[in-house]
Design a protein around this ligand. Structure first.
Ligand code: PEP
Ligand code: MG
Length: 764
């Protein structure tokens, strides 16, 4: 404690810690009536009194970064609201800038000291300044000064820092409102964090910080037999709780989320894990410490594994270990009781396992923000299955968010708005209302066929890749599935999905399509889509490496197993099978030979084959554009994978943010390539579709219709917007615009099409 020279500490009972006294007095101040300034004045007076300081001052940060003296006990009252320090000016400015406590026995001697005559501070020597912080943001500085020349004790620093925390809380909560309005403290606290969308949607809600970690404090077992029993009981309870959770109605349906959760449950029964836990307890640890030890050891091993599969395993183990620790600690319900969850909960977590997410009351969950994760992570799949907005890779969110903070999760752009400004909330509320209204309009169009004003019927299909996507077929009103990316099941699985599992998935997809056409795409793995259970060498240029059909042809068993599963799933039904990354027509012959062989086996076994089989090629590699007359007679349909075709046509890596969107798909080169494809397909009477992302963008879709495309396949959420555009479109008119552009051949069609849309009242 700092003691004024020759004085005894005022009004502090010797036995009562200073911090407790300050807390009590601050609480009293907040309970009393009074405006913001009066409260601030009382706060500094009390702090000065308890800390026995000659001066206590409160500086707050203005929007322009200056620090304004807002209240003082000891300095001249006329300096309040008059003294302002520039960013970084003086010791106080330095404290705010560096976010550190400054403890100077003789402040005026410090080279950074800034003398302000209006304050009358020349009398004071020692100075202790601490930042007033909340959620990583500096709101101001709290200062005590004394006439004596002395260093403040560690206890003084601690007391002032803790007091500053409470003051920050009061500032943010509005308890000193009015005074601080000019500061727009809330604006300094707002933050926008850019992450990656992993589940679409929009959530406006309040933060619940997911804190799964239980700190293990008791390490050594006093009674090893008792600890072993605790471990065994804990494991039993863990397994039972998982069974119960997975039987929950929202999750009982089949689908990839089911596979993920079943795999997770298997992990809980893993004998190796159990053995390691037992060994640790036998070695003298408590059951809790054993869980921690095994987790740490495994983490050390898995940490060096570069690929996503092992990171997912690590997350599963983290999740299970946390759950077991909670059971051992007698807190099985997790960190928050359902009753304590706000009705619009947005979970904020460093990391989150799929089962952890399911611990929360689903009816109150609106969104999820995690610091790690990726669109392929298990938790992303569960978030999608639950229909909540989710953003991953939101760096720093845990540090900055506090329980109860307002938050907006934009699962479309991947942005997270923490403690948003009223204007942002109102913009997003509008957006949410608009989305709901738009969605209603699209829903109303659901059963209307997509026909242009001049009577051209456009077939709108949707892209899918998981069984959980299938309900979107009905919801969106799509005419079928134009692209089913089968590799997703493989990427999510911990082992190679054998025939039976593949068959089950494809059958479910066909059943749930209820007779609407489904185009299955053969495995498009390799490159960056790595399967951990498949040995693959690291490649310099994976996008143009050993991927997709190239791999399948080199590993015929891979292709055969999948073809067999397709054929059996579509027994007595229609099968449409599409081959990705075809680079030359001859590759189609090889695939067809495999398919024919499998049909032969099927027939010999007496299993009825599909009643019709259509084999298609994806046009993704530009070389095929120059072999169309040779390719088209060999196939039953063509689907343009514009994502890859653009990347290879422009030599621009689609995953590289710098170049991925550099080139416009409505410029001369791609438009002429599409036009050639339309002509060639018409010559050979080969159905043509496009299933890359551009099909789902209304303006691009309009250009494609102008080129002559009559089937497009897109993300389910794009079906409504594209259909709405089609209903307002005159296909003949847009065709003329497109033909003129192809003739003139320069620049991009984009601006002209925008004008066309505007002139014709087409909403884009
Ligand atoms: C494409 O390349 O356009 C395509 C649809 O396939 P993917 O995006 O899966 O590579
Ligand atoms: Mg592709």
């Amino acid at each position: 404690m700092v003691t004024k020279r020759g004085e005894e500490p005022r009004a502090v009972a010797a036995s009562e810690p200073a911090l407790r006294v300050i807390m009590r007095r601050l609480r009293d101040i907040m309970a009393e009536p009074g405006d913001g300034q009066a409260r601030l004045d009382k706060i500094v007076r009390q702090i000065a009194g308890v800390m026995v300081a000659d001066v206590c001052s409160l500086y707050l940060k203005r929007q322009d970064g200056t620090l304004e003296l807002f209240a003082t006990e000891g300095l001249l009252p006329t300096a309040v609201h008059a003294t302002r320090l520039k960013r970084g000016e003086g010791l106080v400015g330095r404290c705010a800038e560096l976010n550190i406590a400054i403890n100077e026995p003789d402040a005026p001697k410090h080279p950074a000291f800034s003398y302000r005559p209006e304050t009358g501070e020349e009398l004071y020597h020692s100075l202790l300044a601490v930042p007033i912080q909340r959620s990583g943001q500096t709101l101001g500085v709290l200062v005590v000064q004394n006439k004596t020349t002395k260093e403040y004790s560690d206890e003084d620093v601690e007391v002032l820092e803790s007091t500053a925390m409470v003051v920050a809380e009061q500032l943010v909560s509005g308890a000193v409102a009015g005074t601080t309005a000019a500061l727009e403290i809330s604006s300094s606290l707002s933050a926008v964090i850019k992450g990656t969308s992993i589940s679409e949607g929009l959530a406006l809600g309040h933060v619940v910080v997911h804190e799964s970690r239980i700190v293990v404090t008791k390490l050594m077992a006093e009674d090893p037999v008792h600890e072993m029993r605790r471990l065994e009981n804990g494991l039993t309870d863990l397994r039972l709780s998982l069974d119960e959770m997975l039987a929950h109605e929202h999750l009982s349906a089949a689908g990839e989320h089911r596979d993920v959760l079943d795999a997770y449950r298997m992990f809980a029964h893993d004998k190796g894990w159990e053995r390691r836990l037992r060994e640790a307890v036998q070695g003298g640890l408590t059951a809790d410490a054993a869980v921690e030890r095994v987790l740490n050891n495994t983490r050390a091993r898995l940490m060096h594994q570069p690929d996503a599969f092992w990171r997912e395993r690590q997350r599963d183990l983290d999740d299970l270990s946390d759950r077991l620790l909670r059971i051992l600690a007698g807190r099985p319900g997790g960190p928050i009781e359902p009753a304590e969850m706000p009705p619009d909960t947005v979970l904020v977590a460093r990391t989150m396992g799929p089962a952890e997410l399911l611990d929360y009351d689903r009816t109150k969950l609106r969104g999820l923000v995690v610091e790690d994760g990726s669109p392929q992570s298990h938790v992303a799949i569960v978030a999608k299955a639950l229909g909540i907005a989710a953003v991953a890779r939101a760096t720093g969110i845990v540090e900055r968010a506090s329980a109860g903070d307002a938050i907006i999760v934009d699962g479309v752009t991947g942005q997270v708005h923490l403690r948003p400004q009223p204007e942002v909330v109102s913009a997003y509320s509008d957006k949410a209302r608009f989305r709901a209204r738009r969605q209603k309009q699209y829903d109303a169009l659901r059963d209307r066929p997509a026909v242009t004003r001049d009577g051209v019927r456009i077939n709108l299909q949707m892209n899918a890749g998981l069984v959980v996507d299938m309900p979107h077929l009905e919801e969106s009103g799509a005419d079928g599935i134009g692209l089913f990316r089968t590799e997703l099941q493989f990427m999510l699985s911990r082992t190679f999905p054998r025939h039976e599992r593949q068959l089950k998935t494809y059958k479910t997809v066909l059943d749930e399509a209820k007779g609407k056409p489904v185009v299955f795409r053969a495995l498009d793995i390799g490159g960056d889509k790595v399967l951990p259970y498949l040995r693959q060498e690291k490649e310099e240029n994976p996008a143009i490496g050993w991927r997709a059909i190239r791999m399948s042809l080199d590993r015929p068993a891979l292709l055969r197993t999948q073809v067999r599963a397709f054929l059996h799933a579509a027994s007595e039904r229609e099968l449409r099978l599409m081959i990705p990354m075809v680079s030359e027509a001859a590759e189609i012959d090889l695939v067809r030979a495999e398919v024919d062989k499998e049909i032969g086996i099927m027939l010999r076994k007496g299993v009825p084959p599909p009643k019709s089989l259509k084999l298609g090629a994806m046009i993704e590699v530009p070389s095929l554009l120059f072999e169309l007359d040779h390719l088209l007679p060999k196939i039953d349909f063509v689907s343009i994978g514009s994502n890859d075709l653009m990347q290879f046509l422009f030599a621009a890596d689609r995953t590289n943010a710098r170049v991925g969107n550099r080139y416009d798909s409505l410029t001369v080169a791609p438009m002429r390539a599409f036009a050639e494809l339309v002509k060639a397909c018409a010559r050979h009477k080969t159905p043509l579709t496009l299933c890359g992302e551009m099909a789902g963008r209304p303006l691009e879709a309009m250009a494609l219709i102008g080129l002559g495309f009559r089937t497009l396949s897109m993300a389910p959420a794009s079906v409504g917007p594209v259909k709405s555009m089609i209903l307002a479109l005159h296909a003949g008119a847009v065709q003329q615009v497109v033909e003129r552009f192809l003739r003139d051949g320069k620049g991009s069609l984009r601006s002209e099409l925008m004008r066309f849309a505007e002139q014709n009242g087409i909403e884009i």
